[in-house]
Design a protein around this ligand. Structure first.
Ligand code: HPA
Length: 282
């Protein structure tokens, strides 16, 4: 069994949730996962408490540059939000259950909503680098599913999860009410960590992708399986391979994310505030 308990991923997530609930003295409502470039949200929102993910059962410390290793507890209006300052990616090689462990833990710790953020390559020159976009649907090209393996225990059993409305229209509408300039598009998830070839990007365009990246799709599938509502946002850190003629570099992606941190961090904080208001309407 690996660190995220490939044999019993749900039992391990329950153990992790018990730890988080105890450490943060109670349940939470929303999980927000901060991808590259989104970490500033953690400083815009005042954390009441934080723990290192290495102390939480089954968590792996993210090794990707630009990803932190803490879980913070933040109050946003009446909502209690878990902020994860970095995620685990498939390409880190710890297995798919590690990638979705935070989502399952948050679900067992009470979260009904998950907000996923990421850095992405952009296929839309008309949007341009720096664009922020809501993911309206995805194409999973990783070849993986978090629902492979032993079926989940009741009441979660049933692996044939419907993904028709994977990305909540209600939450996208709330996000657009915060920023009407948000684009909306299809995210194609690749395994990575290599960037795509120009030929793959041309194929992605034909298949209808607007954005490409190496995260988010596993977490979305796991969250839907756990009955959570999903909102996902991308920051376009670069034009996808072959579009501009320039070479891609991981360092440039992280540097661009850092330069956009204040803008997208504030956007995320405002979206969380609006979700809280809408969720708590009488
Ligand atoms: N491809 C895949 N993942 C990414 C990219 C990209 O161009 N930019 C940021 N994350």
């Amino acid at each position: 069994m690996n660190s995220a308990g490939e044999n019993h991923p749900y039992e391990l997530a329950k153990v992790a949730a018990d730890y988080v609930v105890k450490k943060f003295a109670g349940q939470h409502d929303i999980l927000a996962v901060l991808g590259s470039g989104w970490a500033h949200a953690a400083s815009v929102l005042d954390a009441t408490n934080e723990i290192s993910v290495t102390d939480i059962p089954g968590f792996t410390k993210p090794s990707a540059i630009g990803h932190g290793g803490t879980l913070k507890s933040v109050s946003v209006g009446k909502s209690r939000v878990l902020l994860l300052t970095g995620r685990t990616h498939l390409y880190e090689g710890h297995g798919v259950n590690s990638v979705v462990h935070a989502v399952r833990t948050a679900a067992f710790a009470g979260c009904k909503t998950v907000v996923l953020t990421n850095a992405a390559g952009c296929l839309r020159q008309d949007w341009g680098v720096g664009a922020t976009a809501l993911i309206s649907d995805h194409i999973n090209l990783t070849g993986f599913s978090p629902l492979t393996g032993a079926d989940a225990p009741a009441p979660l059993h049933g692996r044939f999860v419907d993904l028709t409305d994977a990305y909540s229209l209600r939450l996208r509408t709330i996000a657009k009410s915060v920023d009407s300039n948000l684009h909306e598009g299809i995210y194609m998830g690749f395994h990575g960590p290599h960037f795509e070839t120009p030929a793959e990007i041309r194929a992605a365009r034909i298949w209808g992708a607007d954005l490409v990246g190496m995260s988010t799709v596993m977490e979305t599938i796991a969250a839907r399986h756990m009955g959570m509502e999903v909102l996902a946002l991308s920051l376009a850190t670069n034009l996808a391979a072959g579009i501009s003629g320039e070479k891609l570099s991981g360092d440039d992606v992280v540097a661009f994310g850092k330069a956009s941190a204040t803008r997208v961090g504030s956007l995320l904080a405002n979206i969380l505030k609006q979700i809280d208001i809408e969720n708590n309407k009488p």
